[in-house]
Design a protein around this ligand. Structure first.
Ligand code: CTP
Length: 447
């Protein structure tokens, strides 16, 4: 009996899939189809798969062509499967031409011509492209556009900035179609906005977008106090739009797993979370200007606070803040915040003029988790115990700047009409805004 194997995501099962399976089957007597898991697709950069693994398997099953269905979940699995199932032929679409030649050592490899004019990507896009406008044209916005190209089903329509020269340069360099004359013009052309302006401007910009029924992805900190944030949340509810704070770490694939793992009790009770993020800067930068919401904690504090609230929750007793603000500077160059909980301590350290190790340590009664710098782009962590034989290492893939993950998640929320996400709830964002406000009124200064 000649055995054939093929693999795919099979999202929104279409004629191209059916024809490929039929032709693969006709190469032999028995066809095994490998269907990819969400986690595996994520690691290979497919971020917008619409259907669940179960739905995708069901469709392949219902096609009646496959004799057996297996799940593909890791790199290198194909080699193992071919040997395990005694495969004679590996078949795949011609879009992969040459990519699987290495499997010739194990069986024969056949590339089948792809059916023209249909693909899962096109079907996803046919549901309507999500039109996104960008407000602000600074460094983060410049990283956002290239990252957005990895997320299918969206169209970055254009941008708006008060600085017309910079706006034109931004729009030209990314070949966007619209350099909006004013904010209203941009809002009228989009379904959603990404706000990447200085922090003090976020609230008004977000409010206006929400009132026009536009979904909002807003850079962190979304607001500098929780009253402003609550107002935005209420308006977003009223207008039935998604409001999401762009703390990219919350959406990066490994971070949610890290949190779940830490909370599963593997290191006992969590007693301390120490998170640090420092970045040396100098010159005439927004980060160093008070009226633009600068300062190390406003700039970087959202990341450590995210780790702290995820691991220790909202109910703390006290908060101690020490800031280093040298003479001649308008803002803090280093901040240490200790948040005292009934049974634990969360410590956040941020620096713009002081450099330190940017790691995250979660200490427990039975062991600790160490996430090396840059932990906010989590791709590796280690669980360590007194008995080093028990230590375990975890690796994950993290592509680019990580902005693609938050954007993909934002788009999924809009499409699925989910106003909340467990990855970063509005309550968590509100708590972060509240701490941001608190440390300004309750701090010790060193010069
Ligand atoms: N395929 C095909 N003809 C098409 C689309 C897909 O022959 N028009 C084949 C692919 O080459 C692959 C298999 O079907 O061998 C599964 O592909 P998959 O990646 O699941 O489907 P796509 O439609 O290509 O998905 P996407 O647009 O997300 O890349």
């Amino acid at each position: 009996m000649k055995k054939v194997i093929t693999y795919g995501t099979y999202d929104l099962f279409h004629e191209g899939h059916r024809r490929l399976l039929q032709r693969a089957k006709s190469l032999g007597d028995y066809l095994i189809v490998g269907v990819t898991t969400e986690a595996y697709d994520e690691t290979r950069g497919k971020l917008n798969v619409r259907q669940s693994l179960i739905e995708r398997i069901k469709q392949v099953q219902e096609s009646g062509i496959a004799d057996e269905i297996i799940i593909e979940e890791y790199d290198g699995q194909k080699i193992n499967d071919i040997q395990k199932y005694g495969i004679d032929i590996f078949a795949i679409g011609s879009d992969w031409l040459g990519k699987f030649d290495y499997l010739n050592d194990f069986c024969s490899v056949v590339y089948l011509e792809r059916t023209k004019g249909v693909s899962s990507t096109e079907l996803r896009n046919a549901e309507g492209l999500l039109k996104i406008g960008i407000i602000g044209t600074g460094r983060i916005a410049k990283r956002f556009v290239p990252e957005a190209r990895f997320v299918s089903g969206i169209d970055i329509v254009g941008a708006y900035s008060r600085n017309k020269a910079k706006l034109q340069e931004f729009v030209d360099s990314f070949e966007l179609s619209l350099a909006a004359e004013n904010y209203d013009q941009l809002l009228d052309r989009v379904n959603a906005v990404y706000i990447a302006t200085p922090h003090p401007t976020h609230k008004e910009l977000a409010l206006k977008a929400i009132k026009k029924g536009k979904h909002v992805l807003c850079e962190k900190p979304i607001t500098l106090n929780d009253d402003c944030f609550s107002e935005l949340v209420q308006e977003a509810k009223k207008h039935n739009v998604v409001l999401l704070e762009a703390i990219k770490t919350a959406f990066c694939p490994a971070f949610a797993r890290l949190i779940a793992y830490a909370k599963s009790g593997i290191i006992g009770e969590i007693k301390a979370v120490d998170a640090s993020f420092t970045k040396l800067t100098s010159g005439n930068l927004r980060e160093l200007k008070k009226e633009q919401g600068g300062g190390s904690f406003y700039e970087l504090g959202s990341y450590p606070l995210l780790a702290i609230i995820k691991l220790l929750g909202k109910e703390y007793n006290d908060i101690h803040t020490i800031q280093y603000k040298p003479k001649g500077f308008e803002v803090d160059l280093y901040t240490r915040v200790d948040i005292i909980y009934p049974h634990a301590i969360g410590s956040a350290r941020t620096g713009l003029g002081v450099k330190s190790e940017g790691d995250l340590i979660i200490s427990g009664t039975e062991g600790y988790i160490y996430v090396p710098a840059p932990w906010w782009k989590t791709e590796y962590f280690e669980v360590r115990f007194e008995d080093t034989n028990k230590n375990r290492k975890f690796f994950y893939k993290f592509d680019g700047d990580g902005l693609r993950y938050e954007l993909a998640h934002f788009c999924d929320m809009i499409r699925n009409k989910n106003m909340q996400t467990y990855l970063l709830t509005t309550d968590e964002s509100k708590w972060i805004s509240n701490i941001m406000a608190k440390i300004q009124t309750n701090k010790k200064l060193i010069k």
